[in-house]
Design a protein around this ligand. Sequence first.
Ligand SMILES: [Zn+2]
Length: 208
Amino acid sequence: MLIRHHVEITRQALASEVGPRALEVIIRANVAQDSLRYQLFHDHFHFDNNQFEKSYAYIEEQRALIAPALGRGDAPSAWQAFGRMLHTVQDFYAHTDYIPRWLSRFEGQTPPAPEQVDPVSSEILGHPDLRSGKLYYPLEALAFIPFLRKFILPHLPADSHAHMNHDGHETSAHFDYVFHAAVKRTRVEFEKTAALFSSELREQFVDK
Ligand SMILES: [Zn+2]
């Protein structure tokens, strides 16, 4: 997903939950996951290439770092771990077919507004056919360049990242659903994470 969307999603979800200093550290750590060195060979950071188990494990690995960091008085490390896990959580909706599956429930009808999207349908999350886009390098890399995209697309298979991604309005008709699902899921993960702390650690974490 484009960096500006990660920023906006995280702000919308958390601006009323955490203080400005915490929010900035969380956002910086989130978008750093898209630096070039984490694009290649880090599929599980982005839910790419059907790396579902590794992606879920990465989320829990980062979540597990948060309480110990707060316990030793290192709130910035806690916010960074939270930012890294949110990147993966948000990419889930941009890189899998979760949203098309959710929308397919309303075929032949007007679907609900994007704000009504359910980001945690257990039926879809647990569906054995849930897929994410595969990265067919080196051709795939060229599809990220906007003016080349239309020439490259016909040469990539239907299960490629280039065809399946919902990284922005430019590449997906469903992007508003992706955006709202990611905002809602970010809040869900915030509550789930904060529920693990004592009230004292929670105070440090939200930093208000
Ligand atoms: Zn990413």
